[in-house]
Design a protein around this ligand. Structure first.
Ligand code: AMP
Length: 542
């Protein structure tokens, strides 16, 4: 017997219809590429998203055709999120920090037909357009009078011209909720990029889950600043969850330096912000020397790479801001776990609580996880045993776009490439990526622990730990360090700093001072590149 409830497909158009009808006056604030601040409301997003849909219909774009963006977080990008997916096309957000060759490769692989870009990426589009014959319309996200003359880009129109003449009426189509809605290529730290292809259903379920109290806890009383980019895994789904909850949204555009982000947080009375650790490092780096405080910020979600304890401390102790550590991946839409305390932890002291806060957190309902050993056997949840982390759920990939890389699943589970422990309370802690794990004398050493300790030293700006071949131990860790300007940290001082913080055998064998740690397009450390740079390095102990 089937249930007798209405069978309405879960579609992204439903989110914008809801936002317009139930919180149409909710504010959307954007720092524009032009430098000024733009303000309007959810009802304006809805109206202009319908114009986007009409423009795409006018081009005779078919169901599931791809529309690409190269854009910062801003209101026009938001309109594309709803107009493109809502009308049945697939929004392909491209990461502008990738190499032009890679961008051209991705655009061709995705078979993009339209490319919408912020003017700051004009040189990038000029560099790639000749290599992307499939793109038949270029749209510069600007007013008509800002359209650059003589750019050499064919079929270029300003966004305002493109949608300006379109009707504001549009009947959103209804279709199978499993249809593709958007796509994002993995950051490409391993081999050719592969695309996760999200569906309307996966996106809506993820949007519900992301808003939950123990996840991002979004409400109509929040003002949310997604610093995490809309070009990488849909800004952790915040645009969708915001339409669902009716919170105010504040977009930073391309100004991600500490001063700009701080001014936006204060100016717009942001209550909640989300981003990767490097962005918060810049924010705290601006605030401390200038003696600045937050007047509205209550919590921040930090994920994408491990959050250093010193950062959690600074936010909590110095500024009274709650830090929620999150973990996920492109292949997971992206949210998998989030770290919030359980009731029983509330009575614990700050040190005990900190041990929990440093973990990546508990699985969000909708994501199941397990850790497995070398023979595929499931490992115990004891908080000590390390294993390969596998996940499954309705917003986890089943297969990559065009079947690239073959079947990624193992017995229905997606192997994340991360190595983790899970404790008896279900808190997962990443200890490494499987390719980055350091195994010394048969024992795992967490490069993240080694980096976190180095980063808590006042003279260290950035640290990356890698394993080096060793004749006896197989691998030994070393740590590459960028010193803060004006400091004079020595190798011996830093190695001494490790004493008592981790087991002796886990202390890195050496410190290598470098000018910069190579970063990938999403701000993550590129250990493969670092290892290449250190290929002639010899361990003193080897
Ligand atoms: P991406 O698909 O580019 O978002 O990268 C996903 C990967 O980033 C994960 O598989 C982890 O290796 C890493 N990652 C994400 N969040 C965290 C976190 N909170 N702590 C440690 N690593 C993380």
């Amino acid at each position: 017997m089937l249930g007798l409830m209405q069978n309405q497909p879960l579609l992204i158009s439903g989110l914008i219809v809801h936002a317009e009808r139930h919180h149409g006056d909710g504010e959307i604030v954007s720092r524009r590429v032009e430098g000024d601040i733009h303000r309007y409301r959810w009802r304006d997003v809805a109206r202009r998203a319908r114009q986007v849909a009409n423009a795409l219909d006018g081009m005779k774009l078919l169901f599931s055709d791809r529309v690409a963006t190269l854009a910062w977080n801003g209101y026009r990008h938001l309109e594309l999120y709803f107009g493109v997916s809502g009308s049945g096309r697939v929004l392909h957000t491209i990461n502008p920090r990738l190499h032009p060759e890679q961008i051209a490769w991705i655009a061709n692989h995705a078979e993009d037909q339209v490319l919408c870009f912020d003017l700051s990426f004009l040189p990038l589009v000029q560099a790639v357009h000749a290599k992307c014959p499939g793109i038949r319309q270029y749209v510069a996200l600007c007013d008509a009078d800002r359209l650059p003359a003589g750019s050499g880009i064919p079929n270029l129109v300003s966004y305002e011209d493109w949608i300006g003449g379109q009707s504001t009426e549009y009947q959103w189509p209804s279709f199978d909720e499993n249809s593709a809605s958007s796509m994002c290529y993995t950051s490409g730290t391993t081999g050719n990029p592969k695309a996760a292809l999200y569906s309307h259903r996966s996106t809506i379920l993820h949007a519900y889950a992301a808003a939950l109290p123990d996840v991002m806890c979004l409400s109509a009383r929040d003002a949310v600043l997604p610093v995490v980019p809309m070009f990488h895994v849909n800004a952790w789904g915040i645009p969708y969850s915001a339409a669902l909850t009716g919170c105010k949204v504040v977009f930073p555009g391309g100004a991600l330096d500490g001063k700009s982000v701080y001014e936006l947080i204060e100016g717009e009375q942001v209550t909640y912000a989300a981003g990767v650790p490097t962005v918060w490092q810049m924010l705290l780096g601006h605030m401390k020397p200038n003696g600045l405080r937050f007047s509205s910020l209550k919590r921040t979600v930090i994920g994408g790479s491990a959050c250093p304890p010193a950062m959690i401390d600074a936010f909590r102790e110095d500024y009274g801001v709650d830090v929620l550590h999150a973990w996920g991946m492109t292949e997971m839409s992206p949210l998998g776990t989030l770290c919030t305390l359980k009731n029983k932890h509330l009575a614990q002291g700050p040190e005990e609580q900190m041990k929990i806060r440093l973990k990546q957190g508990r699985a969000i309902y909708g994501v199941d996880m397990k850790i497995v050993g070398d023979n595929g056997e499931e490992l115990p949840w004891d908080g000590r045993t390390y294993g390969d982390l596998y996940v499954k759920g309705p917003w986890v990939v089943r297969e990559y776009f065009k079947g690239e890389g073959g079947d990624p699943l193992v017995d229905g589970w997606f192997p994340t490439g991360d190595v983790a422990t899970i404790d008896a309370d279900g808190y997962m802690q990443i200890t490494d990526r499987s390719k980055d794990v350091i195994k010394s004398g048969g024992e795992w050493i967490s490069s993240i622990d080694i980096e976190n300790i180095a980063m808590s030293h006042p003279a260290v700006q950035m640290a990356a730990c890698v394993g080096m071949r060793h004749p006896k131990w197989d691998e030994r860790p070393i740590v590459a360090v960028v010193r803060k300007p004006g400091t004079e940290l020595t190798r011996e001082e830093l190695l001494k700093f490790y004493e008592g913080k981790i087991a002796k055998w886990q202390v890195p064998d050496d410190v290598v001072f470098v000018d910069a740690i190579p970063l990938g397009a999403t701000g993550k450390m590129l250990k493969t590149r670092l290892r290449e740079q250190l290929k002639d390095y010899k361990l003193p102990s080897a």
